[in-house]
Design a protein around this ligand. Structure first.
Ligand SMILES: [Zn+2]
Length: 301
């Protein structure tokens, strides 16, 4: 139980557990930390439907809607307290609604599992390329996380050491000595078959890396980014992308514009860093407030 609704009923989340015929580790697989990110649960149900338990070693515990309040309201944040679950781990027992949900779920995850795969997408407001975020802090779990991220078939993986990600579940898992990856693919208020297939491939690849499934055919080695950075716009207006996802940007390169409702350009959005790959963008013509995130990049320079 993750909490209690005002009507006194329990805040619960759907869970599916699959145990293979052979012994092995336990993987915690979660989705919908952000409510509208539906690629995750669709990928999990497809993965489970195709899973041959005779050839599977260990157990996968699937938390299909990690934030059931946000899932029901189709919001990225928990509408009750406006908090982002992906910034709220490890949570606290006497915190707000989101902090408490984070605490209950992460405590359960750390009690039963050896590794974490956290499925995300851009949801309604952002579009993400297929990429993996992890934290390699130099320790054994960090190195294993990078190895896991490298085998999932994503062209771009990014080591996220920035404190911005301290409250994400993958960072808490690595801090507790267990490998973890965060998978991104899709968004823009839609779900594509390609994004579902990417995330199924990521789940299978993580299982292979942990010895739960036979080794998959080797994926081409990904490009490794040394940090993820979020880029914020300075002006309020309508965001217009001017570069495709996965574009390589040099310092100062334009990737989007913010226009007012009369069509005037208020701001040209440029890459403020060195060489970087564009891994997430606001969806086209999204109204944004001044200071909101407009893109995410992976430093590759
Ligand atoms: Zn997300």
């Amino acid at each position: 139980m993750l909490g209690e609704y005002p009507d006194g009923t329990e805040i619960c989340a759907p869970i599916a557990i699959a145990t293979g015929a052979r012994p092995g580790p336990t993987m915690w697989l979660q989705a919908c930390v952000h409510g509208p990110e539906l690629v995750g649960p669709l990928a999990i149900s497809r993965f489970l439907g195709e899973l041959d338990l005779q050839r599977f070693s260990g157990t996968v515990v699937c938390l299909l809607a990690a934030n059931p309040i946000a899932f029901r309201s189709r919001d990225r944040l928990t509408i009750v307290d406006g908090q982002n679950l992906n910034r709220s781990y490890p949570g606290q027992t006497d915190g707000g609604v989101t902090q408490r949900m984070a605490h209950v779920a992460l405590t359960a995850a750390l009690e039963v599992s050896d590794a974490l795969v956290d499925l995300h997408s851009g949801g309604d407001h952002l579009v993400c390329s297929y990429h993996i975020i992890y934290r390699n802090d130099g320790g054994a779990a960090g190195k294993k996380s990078e190895e896991m991220a490298s085998g999932l078939g994503a062209p771009q993986i990014c080591n996220a050491m920035s404190p911005v990600f301290d409250g994400a579940a993958f960072a808490c898992f690595v801090a507790s000595g267990r490998p973890a990856v965060l998978v991104e693919s899709g968004g823009g208020a839609t779900v594509t078959q390609v994004d579902i297939e990417n995330q199924v491939r990521a789940i299978r690849g993580a299982c292979s890396c942990l010895g739960m499934l036979p080794a998959a055919s080797a994926a081409p080695p990904p490009q490794i980014g040394r940090e993820v950075a979020l880029i914020h716009g300075e002006r309020g207006g309508i965001f217009e992308p001017m570069a495709p996802l996965e574009a390589v940007l040099e310092k100062g390169d334009e990737f989007g514009r913010i226009r007012n409702l009369y069509g005037d350009t208020l701001e040209i959005c440029r890459n403020p860093f060195g060489r970087a790959r564009l891994i997430a963008l606001r969806r086209a013509y999204m109204p944004i407030h001044a200071g909101e995130e407009v893109a995410e990049i992976s430093h590759i320079g």
